[in-house]
Write a protein of this length. Structure first.
Lengths: 108, 108
């Protein structure tokens, strides 16, 4: 893929908070950690961070940064990613999802 | 500082969403980007990511990861960090703040 150095301006990111079924936070986190392994090898994935809220073990926080939104969309078609999403879906009762533009900072 | 390799388990992280005064999102983001520069040199800072919500330019998203909570607390006493916090405070109308434990993923 002959991609010129993707400029900062078209980077794509997000923060999400998943609320799992009661007691299912650990299981959901493990699935999302597997997803992070898969996407880490996919084109354009820069950050895919999985955290568990300190005050609520059923709340799983995800931070993502991609070189561009197109690569992020493409990842959703990946068979392994789709399989993991299907496994995670029944465990999720709510999701807050904030698409964003990464501006900078440590870790990019 | 003779610190044994800090194990994964005591890492400290968070996601935050700052809502700026109307029209002040850009100014707040610039201050938080400066803060990310300062903390990037401080002991234990692993990730300090600044993003702006795509749907609302006055919503600034922060993801942080530290080797441990102690280092994060120490950073709040840093004179430059305190000065930036004081500059940011009047611009902020609301803040959602979720302390968390980083579990893994790409970027750590």
């Amino acid at each position: 893929v002959d991609k010129m150095e993707t400029s900062n301006s078209i980077r794509f990111g997000m923060q999400a908070v998943f609320t799992a079924q009661p007691g299912k936070g650990e299981e959901l986190a493990q699935i999302l950690l597997q997803a992070s392994q898969v996407v880490s090898h996919l084109e354009g994935c820069m950050i895919y961070l999985v955290q568990v809220a300190s005050a609520d073990q059923d709340k799983i926080l995800i931070t993502e940064v991609w070189e561009n939104q197109e690569d992020q969309q493409t990842s959703l078609a990946n068979t392994e990613v789709r399989e993991l999403i299907n496994r995670a879906r029944p465990l999720i009762v709510a999701m807050e999802h904030t698409p964003a533009k990464p501006l900078g900072g440590k870790g990019l």
